[in-house]
Ligand binder design. Structure first.
Ligand code: SAM
Ligand code: SF4
Length: 453
């Protein structure tokens, strides 16, 4: 059964004026780290007061800390094509944008881009492309995935490749699985039908139902690592958050498995797209942070992804509230890491290099992680969920995160970042000695790479 969004239930939940007792009940419920219901989340969304924000934020911080510890996982997008058959009013790749030079990377260019990412220290990448429904475009995606995985830098190469590409057929999902992708991400953009049709006037993406049912089809085809998301700014954020929850509830009830990640892009200006510069439902920084905190409480075990669309300041504040993965050093144009001429998909809010982002994360007391071990040991889908209990995942992710940080510091970091990183590792070691980790760190120091527990 394909997803439907329960609009009536959303209306009813939002119409209710919550009392402070309701609010306190939901806060208490979230202590158990259970997923919250749509009604619970509506109570949180309907409490815009400053005082309650602080309560929300501190609860979200506690959840983040207990499940994810101090790790922030890093990745970078790799745009392989900006050819697109759709006309999304917010995106510079839209088919009617005549100012955009269209490019589909050759395999040599894909190799160069991959090498550039590896040279900066990245280990996780996200393949991104426009939507072109031809067989040839799909083969280009598969070929690009194979090419990216094949680039050997002697240090383990790109170890996990997620994809953010348009819906594909069931058979093509099976091919993506065979190509060993990590997460398949697809954002509904807006769950509101009317807005959806307005902003997606033509092309295959104009079919709301087809897009909404895509994650169901991917699960049915055997993928078990899926990411969903909303493009905030297109519609009322409170309805979008509840719709996301409705989507999660449906996936869990139908397939026994919810999404592995939720992405929270906010509309950014994009060349030739008036709508992107003046979003119909702008989301303020305060509301954006509230959305992240509420999602952290609502789906504690689902990773939250933040991109370089956001400024360094917002990204810093979002780490503590629940974000677990961030992109860094990103380019949003095909070929952007090895050349500079193509037009980007949208404007970035964070232009810093990976090294600067790593240093910043360390300065705030977090551990930048490039870990990919769960995926490589087959700990995905329900296996990951079983492991993702407080404490359990910490026993694997914390040491693995530190080992990948150590690799980064040894091979790629600037002197300043390396000194800071080494002192953070030393402090953690003195606070919680771990003989196994010590031995593994020594192996990294002696030149071994790609070690995990
Ligand atoms: N073309 C595929 C699709 O639309 O699903 C996948 C790649 S698309 C480049 C990835 C995401 O970029 C979209 O799902 C959309 O949420 C986001 N995006 C597009 N224009 C944007 C903008 N102006 N600001 C922020 N995000 C944007
Ligand atoms: Fe094409 Fe995706 Fe951009 Fe829409 S968001 S125009 S489908 S690349």
């Amino acid at each position: 059964m394909f997803t439907t969004i329960d609009e009536k239930r959303i209306d009813k939940a939002l119409a209710k004026e919550p009392t402070s007792r309701d609010f306190a009940r939901v806060l208490a419920k979230s202590e158990s780290l259970e997923r919250l219901s749509m009604e619970d989340v509506a109570i949180l969304l309907n409490n815009p007061g400053r005082h309650t924000d602080e309560l929300l934020f501190s609860r979200a911080r506690e959840i983040k800390k207990s499940i994810y510890g101090k790790r922030i996982v890093l990745f970078a997008p790799l745009y392989i094509s900006n050819l697109c058959a759709n006309d999304c009013l917010y995106c510079a790749f839209r088919t009617s944008n005549r100012h955009l030079a269209r490019t589909r990377l050759t395999m040599e260019e894909v190799r160069r881009e991959t090498q550039a990412l590896l040279d900066s220290g990245q280990r996780r990448a996200l393949v991104v492309s426009g939507e072109s429904c031809t067989e040839r475009e799909f083969e280009h995606i598969i070929e690009s995935i194979n090419t990216i995985y094949s680039v050997d830098d002697g240090k383990g190469g790109i170890r996990r490749l997620n994809v953010n590409i348009a819906p594909v057929t069931n058979e093509q999902f099976v091919r993506l699985k065979e190509a060993q992708i990590g997460t398949y991400q697809l954002f509904q953009e807006t769950y509101n039908r009317e807005t959806y049709h307005k902003v997606h006037p033509r092309g295959p993406k104009a079919d709301y139902e087809y897009r909404l049912g895509t994650i169901d089809r991917a699960l049915e085809a055997g993928l078990d690592d899926l990411g969903i998301g909303v493009l905030f700014g297109l519609h009322d954020y409170r309805r979008e958050v509840l719709s996301l929850l409705s989507h999660v509830e449906h996936l869990e009830a139908t397939h026994g498995l919810g999404p592995h990640t939720i992405s929270v892009p906010r509309l950014e200006p994009a060349q030739g797209c008036d709508l992107a510069s003046s979003p119909p439902w702008p989301v303020s920084d305060g509301d954006f942070l509230r959305i992240i905190a509420i999602l952290r409480m609502a789906v504690p075990y689902t990773g939250i992804i933040l991109s370089t669309r956001e400024s360094p300041e917002i990204r810093r504040r979002a780490f503590a509230l629940g974000v677990s993965q961030v992109s860094a050093g990103s380019r949003t144009n095909p070929g952007g890491y090895s050349s500079t001429d193509a037009l980007e998909q949208f404007s970035l809010g964070d232009h810093r290099s990976l090294d600067e982002v790593v240093r910043d994360i360390l300065e705030q007391g977090y551990i930048p992680s490039f870990c990919t071990s769960c995926y490589r040991l087959g700990r995905t889908g329900l296996d990951f969920m079983d492991l993702a209990k407080p404490g359990d995942i910490g026993k694997k992710c914390a040491p693995n995160g530190i080992l990948t940080l150590k690799e980064y510091l040894s091979d790629y970091a600037s002197e300043e970042t390396r000194a800071l990183g080494e002192s953070v590792i030393a402090t953690m070691h003195s606070e919680a000695p771990d003989p196994l980790l010590d031995r593994l760190l020594l192996r990294v120091e002696n030149g071994e790479r790609d070690i995990f527990v």
